[in-house]
Design a protein around this ligand. Structure first.
Ligand code: AHR
Length: 338
């Protein structure tokens, strides 16, 4: 009996030792302090060129014309500069983006340009990239993770865009009234910022009667607008609409037209400044379109090369943007790149 217990004990101990010996080693910690070089510096520094660069770009989806232009901007920049772009489309699902980032870490890319579909939930994968010594540039929308986990953020000031939309309603509705809002993807930096921004600056005599998400797509905004029109009477219950992007505005216009609403009946403000948004201004629907510039590829490529070469970069790079109006929309429309 004693002998059997001893043998069993020995087997368990040997098995445990084998398991420990075979377990994967912990990912190496990033070594900026050990090497004395800034985090993300590549072996080719200080002479890295675009030929040395592999950029991972786990795009969040293809939900809007803005997004299509953003993807094109990265792809054309990669062709122009001659770097390798590892592109994927997460179809607006965070889990797909996380898997794509993990695959890029495995592949040992030079840099990851991450446009996060939502703000929360990035800590673990950003830590993995950091531990692997791969710098992450957060692109377009923001993350709520600790800034020490990523190299920089390049994108728009979404809160300012909301402030600008509010200013347009304040001008257009000096006597006050009510507006509806169709917001973007719930939990996304773009929706959070724009929702906050409009509420900060809207005059107190203008009320947001209702707000529902249209997930930044034409298809999802249409039924939201139809439901609003069942519930509220245009012109009586509400006098304006804030669309948090042009695609949702364009989708919702179908519902407005079907309900017999005419251009000019409502004060409509949108965000992006896409060709579709410009057309809606030309056609008399939108009274203003707050710019959100998707052409981020060149800036992100430039920053990536700097990181590889160990050069200093700015932690926060905000895109310089404006507001577009119907008075010169027809003239500007042919010049729009997206
Ligand atoms: O994050 C930018 C936003 O995402 C754009 O306003 C919108 O069109 C896109 O889907």
């Amino acid at each position: 009996m004693f002998r059997a217990k001893t043998i069993l004990f020995t087997i368990v101990m040997v098995a445990a030792l084998v398991l420990v010996a075979c377990a994967p080693a912990a990912a190496p910690a990033a070594a900026p302090a050990a090497s004395g070089k800034p985090f993300g510096t590549a072996k080719c520094a200080p002479n890295c060129t675009y030929k040395d660069m592999t950029m991972c770009f786990p795009q969040l989806g293809a939900e809007s014309d803005w997004r299509t232009a953003d993807t094109a901007s990265f792809k054309s920049e990669a062709t122009k500069d001659g770097f390798n772009l590892v592109f994927s489309d997460a179809q607006q699902k965070q889990e797909n983006q996380i898997s794509a980032v993990r695959a890029c870490i495995q592949q040992g890319v030079s840099v990851i340009a991450l446009p996060p579909v939502v703000e929360d939930g990035w800590d673990a994968v950003l830590t993995e990239a950091h531990n692997a010594g791969i710098p992450v540039i957060v692109v377009d929308r923001t993350v709520s993770a600790d800034p020490s986990l990523y190299a920089a953020h390049i994108g728009s000031n979404m809160e300012l865009e909301g402030n600008r939309a509010a200013a347009e309603f304040n001008k257009a509705m000096p006597n006050g009234g009510s507006i509806l809002e169709i917001s973007g993807t719930t939990g996304s930096g773009a929706a959070v910022g724009r929702s906050k921004g409009i509420r900060e600056k809207l005059n107190s005599n203008i009320k947001i009667l209702d707000s529902q998400t249209g997930n930044f797509t034409r298809a999802e905004a249409l039924p939201v607008m139809q439901a609003f029109l069942q519930k509220y009477k245009a012109g009586t219950d509400f006098q304006g609409i804030f669309f948090q992007n042009d695609d949702m505005g364009i989708g919702a216009l179908e519902a407005l037209k079907a309900a017999g609403i005419k251009p000019g009946d409502l004060k409509i403000v949108s965000v992006d400044g896409t060709r579709g948004g410009f057309q809606a201004m030309v056609d008399g629907w939108f009274i203003a379109d707050v710019e959100c510039n998707p052409l981020l590829g060149p800036q992100v490529a430039d920053m990536s090369l700097k990181l590889m070469n160990g050069q200093a970069i700015d932690k926060e790079v905000l895109t310089n943007e404006t507001v577009y109006y119907p008075d010169n929309a027809a003239q500007l429309l042919p010049t729009r790149q997206y």
